[in-house]
Design a protein around this ligand. Structure first.
Ligand code: PLP
Length: 386
């Protein structure tokens, strides 16, 4: 066989998928490594999609998305995110992941640097690598609830820096940044003339306080905001996301996705439209369920004396397993093999994730309870043995 491209071969497999693969070999494993909501897509959304398919939404759509969906999204980002833009500045993408990739495609020339949070979603460095960009990690400060270390961030910004990635609510930390932190990040971007890619894929999943959209604070010509239907509406399999940005950028994004995917699936776009038009209590109910799980999991960790950073949003929790004396990868493997609980080693999210493991709250409450109990017991046991 002829060679495959080096950039794909040299990209490490996501440790999340690796853990999932290992866990599949253990039939009774408690699966806390997943980032996929355990809820099914609300039924009115499924029915609207079935109707749309029958009504002929089985063809290509404009590459920027169906005009009717772009209009609904423009209303949503105005009302819920405080970003007042016309539908022309909204581009429908294949999930948040597709939105991020095409955004980087539009922004990056080979060698351009992208500042990525550490710990942060592993998809960012992989995408940047595929596109010939260079990832520079900036540290989040565990001691301050995984807020960005602004001084350290400034020190990371070199002459090739072009994009600053901000992710709030955060995967994996659950941190939610307030206007002060977001304003400070925006000020740095302004001063250093950087694009900001604001990944707000968990915008509706905030337990404490409120979500602030970066673009609502100003600099609309600099901030490109990525959203998705995947998490808020339990629609990961439908692959619908959207990006909001200045007009010229939006036009480039639609142009860039045309030769690759043409457009997001027509049926899925109609499903997304139904999600925005239909009752929103489904979002509230799922958010409340995640909140109760967060409270239960943290109570179990408190009782066992295991440290963690209290997540204020998204549906993940970083539990401190450093007392075990093991690197997070070894701890996670041992937890899976001995206790049949699968979590993601913190190192999968960057150097600053080391010492922690990520627990997903997107599983049934009794399953989560049992898994966190075993995790806490495993930390305490190995701490006693160290
Ligand atoms: N951004 C973050 C921070 C994520 O956690 C994820 C998925 O887990 C994505 C983007 C991609 O989401 P989507 O399913 O919409 O592609």
């Amino acid at each position: 066989m002829a060679d495959l491209a080096r950039k794909v071969a040299s990209t490490p497999h996501s440790a999340i998928r690796e853990m999932a693969q290992l866990a599949r070999g253990i039939p009774d494993a408690i699966r806390l490594e997943t980032g996929d909501p355990d809820f099914v897509t609300p039924v009115h959304i499924i029915e609207a999609a079935a109707k749309a398919a029958r009504d002929g939404f089985t063809k290509y759509t404009p590459s920027a998305g169906l005009p009717s969906l772009r209009e609904r999204i423009a209303e949503k980002v105005r009302d819920r995110n405080g970003i007042d833009v016309p539908p022309e500045q909204v581009i429908v993408t294949t999930g948040g992941g597709g939105g991020l990739f095409t955004t980087f495609l539009v922004l990056l020339d080979p060698g351009d640097e992208v500042l990525v949070p550490d710990p942060g979603w592993p998809g960012y460095p992989a995408q940047v690598h595929f596109l010939g960009g260079v990832t520079v990690r900036y540290p989040l400060d565990r001691g301050r609830g995984f807020e960005p270390d602004l001084e350290a961030l400034e020190a990371c910004i070199g002459p090739r820096a072009k994009v600053l990635v901000v992710n709030s609510p955060s995967n994996p930390t659950g941190a939610v940044y307030g206007p002060e932190t977001l304003g400070a990040l925006l000020e740095i971007a302004r001063r250093r003339d950087l694009w900001v890619v604001s990944d707000e894929c968990y915008d509706e999943l905030v337990f404490d306080g409120e979500h602030t959209s970066m673009a609502a604070l100003g600099d609309r010509d600099r901030v490109l905001t990525v959203f998705t239907f995947s998490k808020s509406y339990a629609m990961t399999g439908w692959r619908v996301g959207y990006v909001v940005g200045p007009r010229e950028f939006a036009e480039a994004l639609a142009k860039a996705q045309e030769p690759v995917v043409a457009n997001c699936s027509a049926v899925s776009q109609k499903a997304a439209e139904a999600a925005l038009l239909g009752p929103q209590d489904v979002v509230r109910e799922m958010r409340e369920a995640y909140r109760r799980r967060r409270d239960d999991a943290t109570a179990l960790l408190d009782a066992a004396g295991v440290g963690y950073v209290r997540p204020r949003g998204a549906f993940y929790l970083m539990a401190d397993v450093s007392a075990s004396g093991e690197p997070s990868t070894e701890f996670a493997r041992r937890l899976l093999l001995e206790q049949h609980v699968s979590v993601v080693p913190g190192i999968a999210f960057g150097r600053h994730g080391e010492g922690s493991v990520r627990v997903s709250l997107s599983v049934a409450p009794d399953v989560l309870h049992a898994g966190v109990e075993r995790l806490a017991a495993a930390v305490s046991r190995s701490a006693a043995a160290v």
